[in-house]
Write a protein that binds this ligand. Structure first.
Ligand code: NCD
Length: 349
């Protein structure tokens, strides 16, 4: 393992928590991606797998989520496991003052793995410290969101390959709320495992990238440029990664300073920058309200739109995460996979 992993966070593997993308190196990243490729037919319901027969996932989401929670749960179910779930504080014993440590120890006794999302940075690591089973970080405040970064890297790699390019040497424009958007923090750290990436950043005032994230990428040989506008950020870029303004994480004052309105990225902005063919990524959800300063839906017919390939790939990546944490080899997956006996209308390409 490389110096990317701090002493207190061991490489991700069997029986291990997944708290940060820093638990991967290039080799383990590609191993995970190979597992994701292996389970694609299972995710697409072409075959059925029971490798996690008898396993129970505890899914604890203390912050709003649709795709992350459902895709983690769907991933576990597709591998033959079962899922128990709780959402929000109101219906959990935390509303009665229970500590993270107590909740975690109790629920981990009911489960074989936990997936946790929580509004406070560092809180999922607290869950992990008290858990007797692997804990997967599904987002801790403005901190990290490792499974999202993994599916973003995986999707970016395949989108670039379709254009005879690679993540090594690519140029990525990352635009929007770079301060509170945890997906950006995790993605930049994970992309730092590639070679010679150029990052072109644009954010409104008060929503700038934390300097330590830029420093992290630069220290690993990548170039990070701040730009003054979205068209400027798009110069020479292979991909634009747009993010939502994380209004729920900021004060009214910060929001007023950011002074955001209109669209962050739309057809016209892309056309002006000569980037109508660019790969378009976004972790979703897209804020579709008027003046939300997000990715406009008027880009939806453009050829580079990859946002729904990201969400589809999220299931494969999360299946690979569970297989790794629960120590299931590719051979174990193959031995427990069969053709589906029932018919379904397959929606996947
Ligand atoms: C992101 C998150 O929760 O950090 N959503 C997601 O998990 N795909 C991004 C966001 O909420 O803007």
């Amino acid at each position: 393992m490389t110096a990317h992993v701090p002493a207190e966070l061991p490489p991700f593997g069997p029986g291990r928590h997944l708290l940060s993308v820093q638990q991967f190196d290039r080799e383990s990243l590609h191993r995970l991606f190979d597992l994701a490729d292996l389970v694609r037919p299972i995710a697409q319901r072409k075959s059925i797998c029971t490798v996690l027969d008898g396993a129970v996932l505890g899914s604890l989401f203390f912050e709003p989520s649709t795709r992350t929670r459902l895709s983690f749960e769907s991933a576990f179910l597709r591998l033959g496991g079962e899922v128990t779930t709780t959402t929000g504080f109101t219906f959990s014993s935390m509303a009665k003052g229970e500590s993270i440590a107590d909740t975690s120890r109790v629920v981990s006794g009911y489960s074989d793995a936990l997936v946790v999302r929580h509004p406070d940075e560092g809180s999922v690591a607290e869950f992990a410290a008290a858990s007797v089973v692997p804990v997967i970080n599904a987002g801790d405040g403005a901190g990290e969101h490792p499974s999202q970064a993994l599916l973003d890297f995986y999707t970016l790699r395949s989108e670039l390959e379709r254009r005879d390019k690679a993540v090594d040497g690519c140029t990525i424009a990352i635009v929007g709320d770079l301060k509170y958007g945890r997906t950006v923090h995790s993605l930049m750290k994970l992309l730092s495992l590639a070679e010679g990436v150029t990052f072109r950043m644009f954010s409104p005032p008060s929503l700038e990238l934390p300097p330590e994230i830029a420093q992290y990428a630069r220290a690993r040989g990548h170039r990070v440029f701040d730009t003054d506008s979205v068209p400027d950020a798009l110069t020479g870029a292979d991909v634009v990664y747009a993010t939502r303004v994380q209004r729920e994480r900021m004060t009214e004052e910060v929001l007023a300073n950011a002074n955001v309105s209109g669209n962050l990225v739309n057809r016209q902005i892309l056309a002006e920058a000569g980037a109508s063919e660019i790969i378009i990524m976004h972790p979703l959800p897209r804020d579709s309200r008027l003046d939300s300063f997000d990715l406009s839906s008027d880009v939806d017919q453009l050829p580079g739109l990859s946002i729904f390939r990201q969400t589809d790939n999220g299931v494969l990546i999360r299946m690979a995460i569970f297989l790794t944490a629960l120590g299931c080899s590719p051979d174990a997956v193959k031995a427990t996979t069969k053709q589906r006996p029932w018919d379904a209308t397959l929606r996947w390409p």
